[in-house]
Structure formats: C-alpha cells, structure tokens
Ligand binder design. Structure first.
Ligand code: CU
Length: 630
C-alpha cells in the first residue's frame, strides 16, 4: 500500500529507511533498542497545506533506549528529506518496557538463588514449569526506585506445559529486577500460602462435554459490503473517515465527517485511546502494588492481535494490516490488525399508525471498526460503531483472565478479593480508559457545555404541580471548570457546539457525549495511583488543542511518579470558549470478580456515545429505503 495521506500509518519501507538514516548517522549504537516508533504526525496547518499542494512530508518519531547506560533518546527522522530532524537525550525518564527486557527478566528471576529458595520452600522443584510474569513496577516513592529501570515480577506455576498457569499463583512473592543492571534488587516474600492446585483450563480439548443445538448462523452479503476503502480512507453511507494506527495507542480515527446535503461536515479531527490504567484495590503487600498503564508502559498497539475471519469477526470483512517495528529496528507486519464490517443492529426507527393500520420501520445497521489487544492476562477490544443516524459509539470489550491471588484453606470470603475457585481469589480492581477526542464540529471553533436535567423547586412559579423539569446547559469556560464527573440522576451529558454554525431554528449545531455508567478512580487522588493516573480522577476533561498534548498521563508513563499529562496541562486554566477543543473522556468499570469470570472471563463492556443534537435538520435516517416486503 502506498501512503498518500499525511495520517497514513507507516509502511515497512518507511520504517527501514528511517532506521537506516539513524544507523548511517552513527547516532544509534549496537546497544540501543528502538522502544517506540511512530508517525510524527503533522500539525493541522501542515495537513491543510497538503490539501492544497499535495506534498506529503513524512516524519518518523523514535524513542530509543541505550541498554548499555540506560539513557533515553528521542529522535525525529524526515523520510521525505532523508535526514535526522532532531535527536536528543531525555534525562530523568524511563521509556516503556520492551520485549527483550521481558525475556531477560524471566531468566534473571529464574536464576536468582533467593527466588529458587523461596519456591523450594513452597514445594516447587521443577523450575521448567515456573512461569515468570514481568510487569511494570509502578512508583511508590521507595528509595530503591530512584533512577532505576525496574520491573516487578510475579510467579505462577504450570502443572504441565499446556496448563493455564494463572490457576496456580505463588502468593506473596514479588521480585524487583533492575533491567539495566540485569539483576534482582529485591525479593519480597510475604509469607507462605499454598499454591492452588485445581486446574482451570479452557481450551477445546480440555472441555469434557460440549453443549448442543447451535445451528449455523451465517451473515451473507451477496452483493458485498456497502463501504468503500481507498488506502486508509473509508466511505460508508454518509460517513467518511480515515483509519489510522499507532504502536502506542492502537486504532486511531481521523477526520470523521458526515455527508449532509452534498457537503461533508467535519465532526472529529482525531480520536484515540490516550491512556488506560488498571489499579487494584487489595491492600495486601503482595497485591497493592498492582496498577498498569497499558498504553504508556507497554504500547498497546504493539500488542495487537491478528484477527481471524469467522472467529474474531463474522461476515464480509475488510482487514487492515499494520506495520510496526521490532526493538532491533526491523519491520514487522501484524496482519488483519484492524477489522471493519457491517452489522445488523435491530430496528433504527418505527411507527405503527393506528388509523391507517400501516407501519413504517427501518433496519439499523452499523459499521464496526475494531482492534483487539492482549496485555498479559487480559484482552481489550476497542470497537468504534458508526450508525446510519449520525451516532458514533465507542465500546470497549474486556475479556481474558482475571488477576489472581491464592488463599489458604478455610479462608472465608476475603474482603478485597472475592473467591472465584477453591483457594483462588481475584482482587477487586478497575479498568479505566481515557479517550482523546479532538473535535472539529463543522470546522470549529467549538465550545463545550454540560447539560443536566434538573427538576424545578416546588416554589418556582413555573412549577404549580411540582412536576416540572428542564435541561440546563452550562458553559465550561476554562480548564478548571471542565473537570467533570458523570451523574446519571441528572442525565448529565456534555455538548460540543459550533457557535457560528446554526441550524434552521437558529440554534448552534452540536454533538453530545453521552457517558455510560462509569466510575472514576477509587484510589485517593493524593495516592501514588491517583497522581500517576490523574486523568482517571474525572470522567471529563477539556483542553484547548495543543499538538504536544496527546497522552493523558504524559508521554513517559513507565515508573513515572505522576502529575504529568492532564494534571499538569490543565493547571494553566486555559480558556475553552469558541476554540479548538479536545475532550478527554475517562470511561471504564470497577471489576468485582465473580466465579463466572473464571477461568476465562465473558466479555464485559463499557463505553460512550456521540450523538448529534440539532446538527441535522431532522432525523437524518428518514431517507433510508424500507424493506420491500414490510
Ligand atoms: Cu477486570
């Protein structure tokens, strides 16, 4: 695929060309690893220039770690001009963890005599069945953490090579490894709890008896799908947008617009997952350190699945392959990384007229663009849905295997970790995702209002019967006013308006963000989790567009003490009225695990909707042809 547009994801040729430019310059040494590589996205003015002159200037952004001295560098390489635009040392940060380090860590932990002794104490003698699970170490203000590149490992045991090792956690054994020094710096052993023995396998060959009665359910589109794809550009019904991908964020949508009276009206300029966190609520020393940031600490895009037709996705599918880079600087393709297809979605609208005894009904259909990522034990799927009536939806699907802890015989229901199987508990935790949505409603500039539906007081002159209520819209004028939480009781939503673009009633056009039933971070905002995941302390943040503000918890999340990203930027308290607004929506769920989540968890859902409010003149799906036989 030849890239023709400034947002198009990197091609293998571009990756290899940029790596070669760096290697030829001798700035990159043998000991250096490419932690991250992605398109250095052009700012909005450059994209506008491209629209005029058609010259696509491609630049690539690198994060590089020197494993010899632990130093981090950031570089920008221009492919078009075949030169290094910048190369600088970034002091005081630890870039995200890389696969090489995970392999290293496993070996270091397995060879550590203290670890072997701790395992022998627990009756483990066959070290070939020991599974080391390295993870981000977080930040707890411990002096041992200062200026080190750490990872924290737990240990699980397989009973045979095909066994689900999450069923057999070694409780209370935590190993802190310095990845630069390649050594164990601390083994924490919080006491002996027997390793749970019951197996929990879920593969088809471990199921004793299958259920019956499911007849084939085929999705047939004899004339093919209704969308067209040109490179990364998609047109479906009246929607137009570009699909994108970064190794850090995964799936990205660009320049989402809807055709209305022959004109494509912009809605969103760019939408992506800007960070996520999984904080655990268990105070036990073997569990309380757990909080992961799968975007900033690992690069969730690097962990994208290759999807399988008929398994992950059903029907007439268009797949997008994406190209990422290995840490050694080679291109690696993830085939079928992004799935796109149409789904029937019940009815879109209907009315039966009792006088004429006739009904009008129209089917709803949605276009789905999705990607799924495996981060250790968990799977996260991100699904964008485009509907025929101008509604856009994000649905996160969470599945995989819950984090586990072992409990001794005779333990009653543990307070912070419900029992999910004999001797096995799963600590309570949250999954909180932050989506960055750079709005461009009717080309902007835009303002944001909070809308609450409020009952009138009993003594209000408009409320003689005590039944009146109304929707009140409040301008979020600056960044401190625009840090808001959901409120289901007042049907709270947030409305992006274009004050200069009015509908036929003379009212500014709008799209509203309708949140789901979502929590905020339960950890105290002053805690280490609260500071590092500041974005999760509110469901909504609004900032004025700044091309450097892309990551909700800051650019370098790994081992960072916190306070970066939204927490830092919004201290400026910049004005938001009639400007280029960026909405940051934190959405997620608090997971109190159930036995039914074991050994593999049925999908849990969370997400949000974006709906037009006076953006169109009327129901924009009135023009759908009905089914001929209805
Ligand atoms: Cu969970």
């Amino acid at each position: 695929m030849v890239n023709t547009y400034p947002f198009d994801p990197l091609t293998p040729d571009e990756i290899l060309a940029a790596v070669s430019i760096l290697r030829v310059s001798k700035k990159v040494q043998e000991s250096m690893r490419f932690v991250a590589i992605q398109l250095h996205e052009p700012n909005k003015e450059s994209v506008l220039d491209y629209e005029i002159d058609g010259v696509c200037k491609r630049q690539i952004f690198f994060v590089i770690l020197d494993r010899a001295d632990g130093k981090t560098y950031e570089a920008v390489v221009s492919i078009t001009e075949e030169k290094i635009s910048s190369f600088k040392y970034i002091p005081g940060v630890q870039p995200s963890l890389i696969v090489d380090e995970f392999f290293d860590c496993e070996q270091i932990v397995k060879n550590e005599p203290q670890v072997r002794a701790a395992l022998q104490k627990r009756g483990v003698t066959d070290f070939s069945l020991v599974m080391v699970e390295p993870g981000s170490a977080g930040y707890y203000g411990d002096p041992i953490e200062l200026e080190r590149r750490l990872c924290r490992s737990i240990i699980l045991i397989r009973q045979d090579t095909a066994d689900n090792f999450y069923a057999h956690p070694v409780e209370g054994l935590l190993i802190l490894v310095d990845l630069n020094e390649r050594k164990v710096v601390r083994v924490e052993d919080h006491g002996l709890i027997p390793i749970p023995e019951e197996q929990a396998n879920y593969t088809t060959n471990s199921v004793k008896e299958f259920r019956h009665g499911l007849k084939p359910l085929n999705i047939v589109q004899p004339e093919g799908p209704s969308f067209t794809v040109d490179g990364w550009k998609v047109k479906w019904q009246k929607w137009q947008f570009r699909v994108g991908f970064t190794p850090r964020e995964g799936l990205v949508l660009y320049t989402v617009g809807y055709e209305d009276n022959g004109r494509v009206r912009p809605i969103i300029y760019r939408a992506s997952l800007a960070e996520m966190t999984v904080p655990y609520g268990h105070p036990d020393p073997g569990q309380r350190y757990k909080n992961a940031f799968d975007v900033g600490e690992y690069g969730i895009g690097m962990l994208t699945n290759s999807l399988e037709l008929g398994c992950d996705c059903l029907g007439e599918i268009h797949y997008f392959d994406v190209d990422i880079m290995t840490h050694q600087g080679e291109a690696r393709r993830i085939e079928n990384a992004i799935c796109m297809h149409e789904e029937d979605y019940g009815i879109l609208w209907k009315h039966y007229d009792g006088h004429t005894q006739k009904q009008e009904v129209r089917r709803s259909r949605r276009l789905v663009v999705s990607a799924i990522h495996t981060v250790g034990n968990y799977e996260y799927g991100f699904f964008w849905y485009f509907y025929l009536d101008g509604t856009l939806q994000m649905e996160v699907k969470l599945t995989g295997i819950v984090g586990v802890s072992a409990v001794a015989d005779g333990t009653e229901q543990p307070e912070y970790a419900p029992l999910i199987a004999p001797n096995l508990a799963a600590p309570v935790h949250q999954h909180l995702f932050n989506f960055r949505m750079d709005f461009d409603l009717d080309g902007g500039p835009n303002s944001v209002y909070e809308v609450n539906t409020i009952p009138l007081s009993n003594d209000h002159p408009d409320n003689p019967h005590g039944t009146a209520f109304r929707a009140e819209a409040t301008l979020l004028a600056n960044e401190s006013e625009a840090q808001r939480d959901v409120n289901a009781v007042s049907s709270r939503s947030w409305k992006v308006v274009n004050p200069a673009s009015k509908n036929r009633m003379g009212i500014p056009v709008a799209y509203k963000l309708v949140p789901g039933a979502t929590p905020i971070l339960l950890a105290n905002p002053d805690s280490t989790f609260g500071k590092r995941a500041g974005f999760a302390t509110h469901n909504l943040w609004v900032t004025p567009y700044d091309e450097t503000e892309m990551s909700a918890a800051g650019d370098q999340t790994n081992l960072h003490p916190g306070g970066a990203g939204l927490l830092a930027w919004t201290k400026q308290n910049r004005g938001l009225e009639n400007t280029d607004v960026v909405l940051w929506h934190t959405v997620g769920l608090t997971h109190v695990p159930r036995p039914e989540d074991w050994p593999v968890m049925p999908v849990e859902y969370c997400g949000f909707m974006l709906q037009p409010v006076g953006f169109f003149e009327r129901n924009p799906a009135l023009d759908l042809p009905g089914e001929t036989h209805c």
